[in-house]
Ligand binder design. Structure first.
Ligand code: SF4
Length: 220
């Protein structure tokens, strides 16, 4: 596993913590709008640089966000996280939920303090958005595991123009019982010519209201 890049300080990526954000390379999906698509092929390895930075920042930052790409495709993710935890930092994992076994293992070993799980679409549209047909059963298992409340978590969906009110409703029903569901507007990717325009903010606010009938939902 490689850390392809990291942001030294963020106030917005880890609830209640000042955090460093570390991006892992590679992903098992190919979402058409992926803003981190360059990381999926990234070869640079900044893992040593990250640990050097963290060793100088003890007491200055509270946590580390591990995102991607998709971190859980890497078998050595638990070792990297353990090293970060041993330095005294809290860890947040951003995941697409496709490796429920590793997610469980990380929680049970108390290696992560917070999980943000992306639900890319209603299950009937997952392949359309992720350009993939694999691991959807894992997504379901990860949702059910997080709903057991063994770790603090949030579910979130990037509201691409493909998603209708019905899609958001289906997702909300799937995660019924969760404490937090976040809807975030999609940004037109620079790398895509003729990328579809984002939905109007009023439409997304309406989606928030619709989902909020089932699960506490917020716009980010
Ligand atoms: S799961 Fe995330 S990192 Fe992977 S392709 Fe989709 S948006 Fe990109």
């Amino acid at each position: 596993m490689k850390i392809s890049k990291f942001i030294k300080n963020s106030m917005i990526d880890f609830p209640r913590r000042i955090a460093c954000v570390a991006f892992t390379n590679g992903c098992n999906w190919k979402c058409w709008y992926c803003q981190n698509s360059q990381l999926l092929q990234e070869t640079e390895d900044k893992t040593d640089e990250l640990f050097e930075f963290l060793s100088q920042r003890k007491g200055w930052i509270d946590g580390v966000v591990i995102c991607g790409g998709e971190p859980t495709i890497h078998n050595d993710l638990p070792q990297i996280i353990r090293k970060i935890k041993e330095m005294g930092f809290d860890v947040k994992l951003d995941t697409n939920g496709t490796n429920s076994t590793m997610l469980k293992e990380l929680v049970e070993q108390k290696l992560i303090d917070y999980v943000a799980m992306d639900i890319k679409a209603s299950f009937s549209k997952l392949s359309e958005i992720t350009l993939n047909n694999t691991k959807f059963d894992e997504v379901e298992k990860s949702i059910n595991f997080l709903l057991e409340n063994k770790v603090e978590y949030e579910f979130r969906t990037t509201v691409t123009p493909d998603l209708t009110e019905q899609d958001i409703l289906q997702i909300a029903k799937k995660i019924k019982g969760a404490k937090t569901y976040i809807l975030q507007p999609y940004r037109q990717p620079d790398f895509l010519k003729n990328a579809p325009k984002p939905l109007k903010i009023e439409t997304i606010k309406h989606y928030v209201d619709v989902a909020n009938e089932i699960v506490p939902t917020y716009l980010r």
